[in-house]
Write a new protein. Structure first.
Length: 235
């Protein structure tokens, strides 16, 4: 069957999440220190790293919204210092969001690649993130190429289980045979797509070895700009 659409991951695939998040968190630490100057910035970083290590493994399949999840993380951070400050918490959530949106940038070649691909394919974002991912798409300047954004918080399911991919198929009225999924996280993006019967392309910038084979993975690439040639070969 002819390929009619792409299900693209967002974080780590179309943009580098970490630099923008790190810069935005420095804004958060600064706001905390402004109100509570006796706290160490180094300890703030260390404590938040522990919180984030747990949070990043979780998805929004419980329907939680991005702002609420962010508030939970920042409240956990403040609690580790014995702080209960609702006014500050609201400020941290707002300032992080604004700074992250300002700092987030697409990987090289993403905009050009999406412009080319969107001329012949429907492009959908399928992300284990929350509703805030729509703001990220706007901030990246790629919204004009995207037909829809499907999130774990919308579907109350994850990619790794295949549930979010099945939700995206239902909402887009596409069959699994006419879609290719693309992402950088092997367990979530590639094995999750296979669980939903969707073929995939693994964006493997670090050239890692997969944990287990995936028969439905048609290629591995290390640059998103390789994708049009891969798709042309299998059409």
């Amino acid at each position: 069957m002819k390929i009619n659409a792409l299900f693209l991951d967002l974080d780590g695939t179309l943009h580098d999440f970490e630099p923008a998040a790190i810069t935005a968190m420095e804004t958060v630490y600064g706001a905390v220190l402004e109100r509570y100057p006796g706290i160490s910035r180094i300890r703030l970083r260390r404590e938040y790293a522990l919180i984030w290590k747990i949070a990043r493994e979780q998805v929004f399949s419980d329907g939680k919204r991005s702002r609420g999840a962010r508030a939970e993380r920042f409240n956990a951070l403040l609690s580790r210092f014995g702080i209960s400050d609702e006014e500050l918490l609201g400020r941290l959530v707002n300032e992080y969001g604004a700074e992250f949106a300002k700092r987030v940038k697409p990987f090289d070649g993403v905009a050009q690649g999406l412009e080319k691909l969107s001329k012949s394919l429907g492009i959908y974002i399928v992300t284990d993130g929350g509703d805030g991912q729509r703001v990220v798409v706007e901030s990246l300047g790629i919204a004009k190429f995207i037909k829809e954004v499907y999130t774990a918080s919308d579907s109350k399911s994850s990619k790794q289980s295949g549930g979010l991919f099945r939700y995206a198929l239902e909402k887009s009225r596409l069959s699994a045979e006419e879609v290719i999924a693309v992402g950088d996280w092997y367990e979530r993006d590639i094995l999750g797509a296979e669980a939903a019967g969707i073929r995939s392309v693994w964006l493997n910038r670090e050239r890692k070895l997969p944990g287990c084979p995936c028969p439905s993975m048609i290629a591995a690439i290390d640059d998103i700009r390789e994708l049009p040639d891969i798709l042309e070969k299998i059409q």
